[in-house]
Design a protein around this ligand. Structure first.
Ligand SMILES: C[S@@+](CC[C@H](N)C(=O)[O-])C[C@H]1O[C@@H](n2cnc3c(N)ncnc32)[C@H](O)[C@@H]1O
Length: 243
């Protein structure tokens, strides 16, 4: 798996929080975390979720230094232990009441082997009564088809750079199902920052098989963040489970 400049390059990472604010997924996970004394956030990114948790022991793991720099400097960032690491291989030698991957971080794992590895990491870090939760977009929705320059064109107000024009494009490989999407930021002075990212859209059956093979058990499948149960037409695939 190659490093993704969208997260690794400070010129691109500086836009992450402007584009991805607090949303109902984090509300849901924060309620789950409410009864926990320890939380592991894999693929924590800029740490919005991890740093919001109070009164519990939180560890955030991400391989992208540019994202972790933002995480460490945000309010509440000093309450979290940030670990630069890969969710497929990291071993912290301890267990947690809750393990999360938020913001579709699970989709950065492109193949069965990568997904098996991250699920093994979850299993290795769950306390006996601990729970895990993550989200993956339902491939039936083919959401990437809307990620065209025309649909996605937007302006972002950056405190130092002023008005920035942003857009995406995307293409799905019909053989692998992997979606490659471009992210583009054009600054007022004409400079442009861009990246090409790849994400997978595994089906619910594929995710369920991988979860079972990792020795994990799903208590509930949600289909969206309002708590509706998963159905084939749900926009999201959200397992909540345990060892
Ligand atoms: C879509 S962002 C989600 C960030 C955060 N969880 C959120 O809710 O905003 C995906 C994150 O996964 C991270 N990532 C990529 N490869 C990873 C890996 N092998 N292990 C852990 N995290 C990874 C990226 O660096 C990025 O921060």
């Amino acid at each position: 798996m190659e490093a993704d400049r969208l997260y690794d390059d400070p010129d691109l990472a500086q836009f992450y929080d402007l584009e991805n604010g607090w949303a109902e997924d984090l509300d849901y996970c924060r309620v789950l975390a409410g009864s926990c004394t320890s939380v592991l956030d894999l693929g924590c990114g800029t740490g919005l979720f991890a740093a919001s948790l109070m009164g519990c022991d939180v560890v955030g793991v991400d391989p992208a230094a540019a994202m972790l720099d933002i995480a460490a400097s945000r309010p509440g960032g000093d309450r979290v232990r940030w670990v630069r690491g890969d969710a497929r291989t990291v071993r912290l030698g301890r267990r947690f009441d809750l393990v999360v991957l938020t913001g579709h971080a699970f989709q950065v794992f492109l193949g069965d082997e990568d997904r098996a590895a991250v699920l093994c990491t979850i299993a290795a870090h769950l306390a006996p009564a601990g729970r895990f939760i993550f989200d993956s977009r339902n491939p039936e929705f083919r959401q990437w088809r809307a990620w065209t320059p025309g649909n996605s064109r937007r302006t972002i107000e950056h405190s130092a750079l002023g008005r920035v024009l942003a857009w995406n494009d995307a293409a799905c490989d019909p053989v692998t199902g992997i979606v490659t999407y471009g992210t583009f930021y054009k600054l007022a002075d004409g400079r442009q920052h861009s990246s090409q990212s790849r994400i997978a859209f595994p089906s619910q059956q594929r995710i369920a098989a991988a979860i079972g093979a990792a020795g994990l058990f799903v208590d509930r499948w949600l289909g969206d963040w309002s708590g509706t149960s998963y159905a084939p037409a749900s926009p999201e695939i959200i397992p909540i489970g345990r060892l």
